[in-house]
Design a binder for this molecule. Structure first.
Ligand SMILES: NC(=O)c1ccc[n+]([C@@H]2O[C@H](COP(=O)([O-])OP(=O)(O)OC[C@H]3O[C@@H](n4cnc5c(N)ncnc54)[C@H](O)[C@@H]3O)[C@@H](O)[C@H]2O)c1
Length: 357
């Protein structure tokens, strides 16, 4: 059976994901070392994912086949798959607060007098199983508009951005009452700053180190980083990234984590500098300084490719509301925050049907 996926925001994350579905279409179980966590996920293969609808506001993307739109400017995700025509045209989504003032030109937003499509109608007509939210950080109203459209159209919701919907009780209940699954919030990349920061902090705590302070600085050159230069769009991003680290330490620790600047020549390369200072045996100091350099967008796609299949499994099993296991494993701000090794175990139990959500 196919998994019908709709996308809001055809940016770099969407590009990596869509290319990834093509790239891994023949992946075998023993290719799991090649960048995939699961070739088969509860009976669903990567090639079962089919894109059925896409929304954006960029004039160069609207009206084009999804296979071409993912390479339109300002997208800069590396090209790692030759795409066939997908037969899905990008549609004009409602702009709302998706485009910050300083992003109007970079995002090539269509003029406000053009009418957007009705998102709910498109989701219904395309029979999408789920919608992935890839809007820019700070899209408070945009995210809720797309989430509401999912509820109206009977479609599951996967929230990859730091807007608190799946982790907020009011919205979680709406999806539960509608019998629609929801996963989120804010995707935690495959080998990104958050998972490494969490792993190091978890290690130090388990080894009896008293962590005193820690920070995580992130720079990059894509539009995600350009958008995040507006401090007023960043509040939830900082909360999401900081809580993901602090939640693993059983005492209060001075923590700073967040986007720290846009450096255009880095393009889709993200660089993270991390620092942790603590005290170990005999009250003697220990300091960790780490640098991570990674292609940003494929990093998110490596997780979303599993989230899509987990969400479909939940839909098949009639499980509505927040999917706590995959959300804890794959998102920074889930409804139920647990250490990553426990989340991973829970995901495997969910796949086997031993855990409802
Ligand atoms: N590793 C990662 O890349 C990562 C990790 C965690 C979270 N995220 C989040 O995922 C989101 C997507 O990241 P990205 O790198 O693809 O960003 P991007 O800037 O490349 O793409 C955003 C897209 O949304 C479109 N858009 C803006 N307003 C819209 C609207 N109202 N309706 C439809 N489309 C609209 C833009 O035109 C653009 O194509 C961001 O919020 C980012 O912070 C990414």
């Amino acid at each position: 059976m196919k998994i019908k996926v709709a996308i809001a925001g055809v940016g770099n994350c969407a590009s990596a994901l869509i290319q990834g579905v093509k790239y891994y279409k023949d992946a075998k179980e023993d290719s799991e070392g090649l960048g995939l966590m699961h070739a088969d996920f509860g009976g669903y293969h990567v090639r079962d994912i089919e894109f059925v609808a896409a929304f954006d506001v960029n004039k160069l993307k609207i009206g084009r086949d999804l296979s071409e739109a993912i390479f339109a400017r300002p997208n800069c995700c590396v090209k790692f798959a030759n795409m066939p025509n997908l037969g899905v045209k990008v549609l004009p989504g409602p702009i709302l607060d998706g485009v910050a003032t300083h992003m109007k030109i970079p995002f090539k937003a269509y003029s406000e007098d053009k009418d957007p499509v009705d998102v709910g109608d498109v989701l219904e007509e395309s029979r999408a199983d789920m919608l992935l939210n890839f809007l820019p950080v700070g899209s408070f109203h945009g995210t809720r508009h797309y989430a509401k459209a999912c509820l109206e159209a009977g479609c599951a919701f996967v929230n990859c951005i730091p807007e608190f919907v799946v982790s907020e009780q009011k919205w979680a209940k709406k999806f539960e009452d509608a019998g629609l699954s929801a996963a989120g919030d804010d995707i935690k990349s495959q080998v990104g700053a958050t998972i490494i920061h969490r792993a190091l902090v978890d290690l130090l705590v388990s080894r009896g180190v008293k962590i005193e302070k820690t920070y995580q600085l992130n720079v990059g050159g894509n539009t995600d980083f350009l958008n995040m230069t507006a401090e007023n769009r960043l509040e939830t991003k900082r909360i999401s990234k900081t809580e993901a680290v602090k939640s693993l330490v059983p005492y209060d620790v001075q923590t700073w984590a967040g986007p720290s600047g846009h450096i255009p020549f880095l393009k889709d390369n993200k660089v993270c500098h991390m620092y942790i200072k603590g005290r170990k045996f005999g009250n003697t100091p220990v300091t960790i300084d780490m640098k991570l350099s990674v292609e940003d967008s494929p990093n998110s796609a490596g997780m979303v490719i599993d989230v899509i299949r987990a969400t479909k499994l939940a839909l098949d099993r009639g499980v509505g509301g927040p999917l706590t296991s995959i959300s804890a494993y794959a998102f920074k701000h889930p409804p139920d925050q647990v250490p990553d090794h426990i989340a991973r175990q829970r995901v495997e139990e969910f796949i086997q049907g031993k855990r409802e959500r």
